[in-house]
Design a protein around this ligand. Structure first.
Ligand code: GDP
Length: 443
């Protein structure tokens, strides 16, 4: 998500940066382009107009134009206003005394059942909650079975299915089971329909009145753009939503739904669905999203992801070595493994500052995650001595290494250069500089 918006805005601000001193006209021109970019990203028109209305006076002020870094200031203002639009308050779930019911609503196919299971898994593993899930979807018998199967996969218990019950009866039974079983959270997956209709709303509202949910979460498909926003609007007028989960944010949605949801419905986005797997649910942090859209990098996500996937012992051993300023091919090999675990190059690139703009070019060049495996093959073709002392690798050794892994000498040279740059960056960091050793991997 956001890729095209990111490169469009990147272009606008690059042009602005290139100007040096700015006039009011330059800023106005840039904001016109920002407006077009937002509209093309399918952001709701009213939201776009409000956005520009807020940014304009801030960005055209004397203080900005006369400042030493006017273009940066404009970017910062756009950044802060994006956060405002996305909602800057905390977006975690507000769960009261157990069993806290969470009502999941949405259209069929939005990813509601999968998301229910994802949320159950997340609450169970990350927040150590005891979670029970129940499907109230009697319209589609397969839906109940689907939640049961997903629950088994996630290791989250589901309410036993009894055929022929109404949604309200199931909800009552679920509440009782959650109380008796000492559950902290009860996730209720309501029926979806093809369209928002009266029956769907009435049914969901009746369940809400009965269960008094602590959270009412709309699951919406980010790929449907403004439709998702309109659906959210209809739900919200009928039953106030406490939050939204946008699914398929791993796809190439243009971002309009994400940017408009909060402003249109008043309900914050709480999580993003990032794939079909049950652990692909991420908390939504407006400041990080704004940073990503403006290509300011998402270093916080990167660091968090790294700590989640890093093999602790290896990381400590590497840290010790790095302290000495040493970084050999074995370390590079481990780093490449690490990158694979962290979602590969594509995943990482979206998060690093400054790489968003070159991402398209890299895609064009066919740069994909295979490159990590190829780089590892080159390292594997080195002798033990060469790996721990890359300085040994002269011309003839390069030829042998290339032949050993079926690649060109130029590939070996590239890897050596990457290693050198990383190793220099690490030495610079040691001296207190702020170079980013990962950045070298992208060159
Ligand atoms: P429901 O009808 O709303 O309950 O939708 P499902 O939970 O059955 O999901 C429909 C399809 O969307 C399934 O194939 C899911 O695996 C898929 N899906 C759900 N969430 C995501 C997501 O965040 N990313 C991707 N790529 N697929 C998703």
């Amino acid at each position: 998500m956001f890729d095209s918006l990111q490169s469009r805005l990147g272009g606008v601000f690059d042009k602005l940066r290139g100007r040096g001193a700015l006039t009011e006209g330059d800023v106005e021109e840039a904001l016109k382009e920002v407006r077009t970019a937002l509209i093309e990203a399918d952001v709701e028109l009213g939201v776009v107009e409000d956005f520009i209305k807020k940014v304009k006076p801030r960005a055209e002020g004397e203080a900005v134009i006369r400042s030493v870094t006017p273009a940066q200031q404009v970017v910062k203002i756009v950044h802060d206003t994006l956060i405002e639009t996305l909602g800057s308050e905390g977006t975690g779930l507000q769960l009261g005394s157990p069993p806290a019911p969470i009502l999941m609503v949405g259209l069929q196919g939005s990813g509601k059942t999968t998301t229910s299971a994802k949320l159950g898994l997340l609450l169970q593993t990350k927040e150590k909650k005891k979670v029970l899930m129940a499907s109230l979807d009697v319209a589609r018998p397969a839906a109940m079975e689907q939640l049961k199967i997903l629950g088994e996969q996630a290791g989250v218990p589901t309410l036993p299915i009894i055929a022929g019950q109404t949604p309200l009866t199931i909800a009552k039974r679920a509440l009782a089971a959650a109380r008796v079983g000492g559950y902290d959270v009860l996730i209720l997956d309501t029926a979806g329909r093809q369209h928002v209709d009266e029956q769907l709303m009435a049914e969901a509202a009746a369940v809400r009145d009965l269960t008094n949910p602590h959270e009412t979460i709309l699951v919406a498909d980010s790929l449907t753009g403004q439709d998702a926003v309109n659906i959210a609007k209809s739900f919200h007028t009928r039953m106030p939503l406490s939050g939204i989960i946008l699914t398929r944010a791993d796809g190439d949605a243009r971002g309009g739904a994400a940017l408009s949801m909060r402003a249109v419905t008043g309900a914050p986005i709480k999580f993003l669905g990032m794939g079909e797997k049950l652990d692909a649910l991420e908390p939504f942090y407006p400041e990080r999203v704004a940073g990503r859209i403006l290509d300011m990098g998402d270093v916080v996500s990167l660091v968090e992801k790294a700590t989640e996937t890093v093999d602790k012992e290896k990381a400590e051993a590497l840290a010790k070595k790095l302290k000495k300023g040493a970084f050999d091919m074995n370390d590079l090999f481990d780093q490449l493994n690490q990158m694979k675990k962290m979602g590969g190059l594509q995943g990482l690139m979206g998060m690093l500052p400054g790489v968003g703009k070159i991402k398209d070019k890299l895609d064009e060049a066919g740069l994909d995650d295979k490159i990590l495996t190829r780089q590892q093959a080159i390292i594997q073709s080195m002798t033990k001595k060469e790996r721990s002392n890359p300085d040994l690798i002269n011309g003839s050794r390069r030829k042998r290494i290339a032949a050993g892994c079926g690649m060109e000498v130029s590939d070996v040279n590239k890897l050596l250069k990457m290693h050198r740059t990383m190793s220099d960056a690490i030495k610079a960091m040691k001296k207190g500089g702020r170079a980013n050793p990962f950045a070298a991997m992208m060159n």
